[in-house]
Design a protein around this ligand. Structure first.
Ligand SMILES: [Zn+2]
Ligand SMILES: [Zn+2]
Length: 453
């Protein structure tokens, strides 16, 4: 039985609508996942599914709103650029709206003296059906940019996108602790040494940032973003990010991008479940590659052990790492908080599986044919149990940092961790550290709901 006063005390205070739904139903079993699955009634879940299609009329309207916003505050064009981006994401492939959106963006960049972005957008406008009769306007703008560039010696201040290179740069002085936990140094280090710089391995943006930041790396890139051709929900700072995102998760999410917005709306900690789903897609990729070997790996503790050390892994295996380092735990039947947590976890896993996998037509048709796919809900459940490994305290994004997560916390820490503007997790020593000593960061601040206790 889920009671509101119990839910309030959960580790993750809100899983949005799912929790209220579970509370409303009054009794969701937590005997076993299979039982939860068999009792789950999809028709009780009030979920208006619909994919928002590209639309010329919506694109035109958003572009006009962008024009109005720009007229109102030409010195602070962020709102206008966001509306132009939304218009570009909404524009149908092959329509003039796409070209017009890029052209308007190029004008904003011109006035902001961001000449490289301006030229890029002129080029994009030309490639995307900018009306022939208006092309002289673009040619004029390009001419003026070239003149400006000549005057300034060809240099142009351009925002650089986050290059999707290695996602983490680590001083070679780090390794996993002796007991397989924590991270220690294999040489003595000085106070102030920067020992770890890590990009998020997976990140999820808050919905309101969809037209302001790259869905893959989180870069704002002066709003110079390109849309997904398949949906209206995501944009990218570069072709590389678009490609990486597609390979890692968007191939599974493109079709259901709007359903996922609804599924994971609610208070910010709810987005941790979306991060988990993106890690689950990594598992699905590994499963599709070699179902038998993958299932053997995740079901055999001795095999999973090999994935404990993140320093020895390829990024594609981080999902196995997550399974290896946090043990599946049985709840204490005497502890109602524990049992409620279990219940919500089961429910979330089954609900996510229903919406994101079973009703994801192209994926489901691929999976159904593969032997062993009936084991995937349980795998998702195991990953949902690890939701606490995700970081949701930063504004605007929720991330998973595999290495930072390995650092143990202490009341007498010797390092501190922060997140920089590129969303990289940075760990800096706050005192000298001797060879072989473990690196620790401060105890986590008590979360808001705990403070209320
Ligand atoms: Zn990017
Ligand atoms: Zn898409």
């Amino acid at each position: 039985m889920l009671r509101p006063e119990v839910v309030e005390k959960l580790e993750c205070p809100s899983v949005g609508l799912a929790t209220s739904w579970a509370i409303g139903r009054r009794s969701v079993p937590c005997e076993s996942l299979a039982e939860c699955q068999s009792l789950f009634k999809r028709q009780y879940w009030p979920f208006p599914k619909a994919k928002i299609g590209k639309s010329s009329s919506k694109a035109a309207k958003l572009r006009e709103q962008g024009n109005a916003a720009y007229k109102q505050s030409p010195d602070d064009p962020a709102k206008a650029l966001e509306l132009y981006n939304q218009s570009i994401a909404m524009a149908e492939e092959g329509s003039a709206d796409l070209g017009l959106g890029y052209a308007n963006r190029s004008a904003v960049y011109f006035n902001r003296k961001l000449y490289r972005e301006c030229l890029q957008n002129i080029e994009l406008a030309r490639r995307h059906n900018y009306p022939t009769e208006m092309r002289s306007k673009l040619a004029d703008r390009e001419q003026r940019v070239r003149e400006q560039l000549k005057e300034t010696g060809g240099s142009c201040a351009a925002a650089k996108p986050n290059a999707p290179t290695r996602h983490c740069s680590i001083k070679a002085c780090l390794e996993v602790g002796e007991d397989g936990e924590g991270i220690r140094t294999n040489r003595s280090l000085e106070d102030g040494a920067k020992v770890l710089v890590e990009k998020p391995f997976v990140l999820v943006l808050e919905a309101e940032l969809a037209y302001q930041r790259c869905d893959f790396c989180g870069a704002t890139n002066e709003h110079n973003l390109r849309p997904c051709t398949g949906c209206t929900g995501v944009m990218y700072c570069s072709e590389e990010c678009q490609e990486q995102s597609y390979q890692r998760y968007h191939q599974f999410e493109c079709e259901i991008v709007d359903d996922l917005q609804l599924l994971f709306r609610g208070p910010k900690p709810t987005r941790m479940f979306h991060v988990v789903l993106r890690l689950f897609w990594h598992a699905v990729l590994l499963f599709l590659e070699d179902p038998e070997a993958f299932l053997r790996r995740v079901e055999t503790p001795a095999e999973l052990e090999q994935y404990r050390d993140p320093f020895a892994l390829e990024p594609t295996d981080y999902v196995l790492h997550l399974l290896a380092i946090y043990k599946d735990r049985e709840p204490n039947p005497e502890d109602s908080k524990d049992m409620t947590g279990r219940c919500v976890t089961q429910f979330m896993a089954i609900l996510m599986y229903a919406i994101a996998v079973k009703e994801n037509v192209s994926l489901w048709s691929r999976l159904q044919a593969v032997e062993g796919s009936e084991k995937l809900p349980h795998l998702l459940f195991r990953l949902v149990q690890r939701v606490a490994a995700m970081d949701h305290k930063m504004e605007g994004v929720t991330c998973f940092y595999p290495f930072t997560r390995r650092l143990r916390r202490s009341s007498t820490p010797n390092a501190k961790q922060s997140v920089d503007e590129q969303l990289q997790s940075v760990v800096v020593l706050t005192g000298p550290v001797a060879e072989g000593q473990e690196l620790t960061i401060p105890d986590e601040e008590k979360s808001g709901q705990r403070r209320n206790e």
